[in-house]
Design a protein around this ligand. Structure first.
Ligand code: ZN
Length: 133
């Protein structure tokens, strides 16, 4: 079962997509009776990614963005003509997917965890997919 979602981004940030992923799992449970399996969340873009991290304190995301900017700043010697090599670097480090465990018909997430779509080259209209197996 593959679900596709669209997200519109306005700024470089992490966007909480936990609700959409939970909906995909609930749909798989209702349609196919899947109670134990794997949910793969996948981003088909080269300047965006997927990660799992803390939501309880929004400063964590802000600090991660600061860290990524300091670790992978825009550099004058970059050759890519589109001019967004820093966004490509940040996206590759974050990764383009996350795999989550489904147990008892629900995602196994830690108390403080949520699933983020990570935008590094805004503004864009983006897609992500959830595959339940
Ligand atoms: Zn590019």
């Amino acid at each position: 079962m593959l679900s596709e979602y669209t997200i519109t981004t306005q700024r470089e940030s992490f966007y909480d997509i936990t609700r959409q992923v939970c909906d995909a799992v609930e749909n798989a449970v209702a349609a196919r009776g899947i109670t134990d399996g794997i949910a793969v969340v996948y981003c088909p873009h080269t300047t965006a990614g997927i990660t799992i991290n803390e939501k309880a304190d929004p400063d964590v995301v802000q600090d991660m963005l600061i860290g990524l900017e300091k670790a992978f700043p825009d550099r004058a010697e970059f050759r890519h003509r589109e001019g967004n090599s820093a966004a490509h670097l940040r996206a590759s480090v974050v990764g383009s997917s996350a795999s989550l465990i489904i147990s008892g018909g629900k995602l196994v997430l830690g108390t403080w965890q949520c699933i983020y779509f990570c935008e590094f080259d805004p503004p864009r209209t983006r897609k992500f997919f959830v595959k339940i197996i």
